[in-house]
Design a protein around this ligand. Structure first.
Ligand code: PLP
Length: 395
């Protein structure tokens, strides 16, 4: 049986319609099929591979750590240098008081940790999230997800969750002194790249301050240079009480984190102790990979070019008759086709043409462009040419 058939037969499936691209190896912005066919990575594993595939600085760090030690003990007991050094490095880049980093395994687990922490710190139970938000697939994360059809099939979920309209200042009145936390993506990823207005995030911060509510930023997609700043919290100049990270955090390895002040994080230590337990959270090999990737991201200076490169995509593609709208932040673009079926056909043709694209969970009429941030100007031009040639077939 060929590998694709084995994949369909033995690997648990997430939909009836997987992309089914088979990859043998990956390097830079390219992924290669066993027959040598080259795919340009337009999704970065959904904003994971921000510094590209096979970065030697990262793979060397992984090999060194594998040779030193892998798993030693559950999270929070032993002093493991990759964890400590990575936590210190992230804290050095973040605004105060985001200084205490709690490592976990994934984005969903980081969201769980952040919600639990907010409930413990405030002693409140109500949570506020947003329509079209995506925060993960575990029960807590699913409860704050903003898509009714995804939530409904799994009820009962966490009680006391209210979903507000994103970017609507009048709705902020629903944040009260009963609200434990508001969780928000500063730029909604799966909603189809919808950025919060700067004045909206400032008003949200103010309402949280006035009601004693903790503000949680989910920067799982927007972190690590994707928006043109290292983190969107820096771009907006609005600091959350808890920051949630994953995806590019691990430099290609599974890693998540929720980050807050010492004062807030202290809650998980007492009454009861072990407020969040994780065996593999902050795995030393994942932290070594993440630290190396983060150092590379900062030291190489690639972040300062992200906005310009994103604009290049936008400028070249703007005006194509099939494109209704382009929504963009840095190198995260939603190309709005305005028709789900046509968008699907275009995406399938992209795959034929050697592009690896994706759509969005809550916006199936658009396709995503989120390549590794190391993409060069020539590669952007070449990629846009392929996109345009492919779309022209549908006119
Ligand atoms: N939050 C956001 C904004 C995400 O995009 C994702 C994953 O796509 C998650 C949370 C969940 O992360 P994970 O898949 O690592 O659990």
């Amino acid at each position: 049986m060929i590998l694709r058939q084995l994949f369909l037969e033995y690997v648990g499936q997430t939909s009836g319609n997987p992309l089914l691209i088979e990859i043998d190896r990956a390097e830079g912005i390219y992924m290669y099929a066993p027959d040598g066919k080259r795919y340009t990575d337009l999704i970065s594993g959904v904003t994971v591979s921000n510094i590209g595939h096979g970065n030697k600085y990262v793979t060397d760090a992984v090999c060194r750590q594998v040779n030193d030690y892998m798993h030693l003990m559950v999270y929070g007991e032993f002093v493991e240098s990759p964890q400590v050094r990575y936590a210190q490095k992230i804290a050095s880049v973040l605004p105060e008081p985001l200084e205490s980093v709690y490592f976990v395994n994934s984005g969903s687990e980081a969201v769980e940790g952040a919600l639990k922490l907010a409930k413990r710190y405030t002693g409140r139970t109500e949570l506020i999230a947003f329509k079209n938000a995506y925060h993960g697939s575990t029960h807590g994360a699913l409860s704050v997800m903003g898509g009714e059809e995804f939530r409904n099939a799994f009820r009962p979920l966490i009680p006391g969750v209210r979903h507000l309209n994103f970017n609507v200042i009048e709705d902020l009145k629903y944040i009260t002194d009963k609200t434990a936390a508001v969780i928000i993506e500063p730029i909604q990823g799966e909603g189809g790249v919808r950025a919060a207005a700067p004045e909206y995030l400032k008003a949200l911060r103010k309402q949280c301050d006035e009601t004693g509510t903790l503000l949680i930023f989910d920067e799982i997609q927007t972190g690590f240079g994707r928006t043109g700043e290292v983190f969107a919290t820096i771009k907006y100049g609005v600091t959350p009480d808890i920051l949630v990270l994953a995806k590019a955090l691990g430099g290609g390895m599974p890693l998540g984190a929720f980050i807050s002040s010492h004062k807030i994080m202290e809650c998980l230590k007492t009454n009861p102790v072990l407020g969040h337990i994780t065996t593999f959270g902050g795995h030393p090999v994942c932290c070594a990979a993440g630290l190396a990737a983060f150092e590379y991201l900062i030291d190489s200076g690639i972040v300062k070019d992200v906005e310009r490169k994103g604009r290049m995509f936008e400028d070249i593609l703007t005006g194509h008759p099939l494109i209704k709208e382009i929504r963009r932040t840095g190198l995260l673009l939603a190309i709005e086709i305005g028709d789900e079926e046509l968008n699907q056909r275009i995406i399938r043709d992209f795959v034929e043409e050697g592009l690896a694209p994706d759509t969005f969970l809550f916006c199936e009429s658009a396709f995503r462009i989120a390549p590794p941030l190391i993409i060069t100007d020539e590669q952007i031009e070449e990629t846009c040419e392929t996109i345009i040639t492919s779309m022209n077939k549908f006119m």
